[in-house]
Design a protein. Sequence first.
Length: 268
Amino acid sequence: MERPIRIALIYGSTRPGRFCDTVVRWAAAEIQSEITKSAAFELDQIDPAEPMAIAERLHRADAFIVVTPEYNHGYPAPLKALIDETGAEWHAKPVAFVSYGGVSGGLRAVEQLRLVFAELHAVSIRDSVKCRTLIESPWYQRFWGDRFALASDQNTKTRFDNDRSGYRIATSVGGAATGEGGDRIVCDDPHNVQEAESDSIRTSTTEWFDVVMSTRVNDPRTAARVVVMQRCHQRDLSGHLLAQGGWQHLRLPAEFEEPRCETSSRAI
Ligand SMILES: Cc1cc2nc3c(=O)[nH]c(=O)nc-3n(C[C@H](O)[C@H](O)[C@H](O)COP(=O)(O)O)c2cc1C
């Protein structure tokens, strides 16, 4: 077994008598119950009420689970302070949320935290998990199960390998890609729509794509790059790439309007 995956379990509330203790206990028990022969976890419970060497402990972590209640349709101020006192410690690492509260179950706290962590380049693990679930499904296995098997010794939410030297990794805009290469590179929603009006943030995204992602293909003759996004500015990544040329463009309106579904070669 490789070294345990280090998970930082972060308390969102510092309120005296907080319910957060109960939820953190539950989350810790759930994580412990996931320990198997090939996957072990080391838990560090980080409590903003006891701010001991927090940056160092976040730096050591491989992944984060944030346990947050909802306060006034947002997340608690001590959690924001903890996040803002740190920065690079979060970069390119997966973050998951456990929320609680009133009727909403804390969903609005999580909505806001997703925006905050996107800014910190923490990685969305949702699509990576969906992809792995699809590969492991009976339907996929029936048609293509003979082609490869997922490797059990490298099968995490942000990276999984197969037994034919293939792998899939998830990273974020500006996040870690050095030393990695691919035959299919998919860039999904590179812009934070709320920041699309900022010239400097938009330009840093297009530059990241030009400088980092363009050099990540294994073989430029056969590799494919796909960008999936909603348009949010004339000079967003789609606008930038269309101006460069050489891309197939599939344009789907948010609401279906005949005949505006087009590819660059023909209307569909
Ligand atoms: C100041 C304050 C504001 C709250 N606002 C909301 C809210 O907007 N939506 C909600 O679902 N619950 C809200 N709640 C309920 C809390 O989410 C719930 O009491 C939760 O258990 C608090 O977590 P804690 O005890 O770990 O601090 C609020 C509670 C407090 C104290």
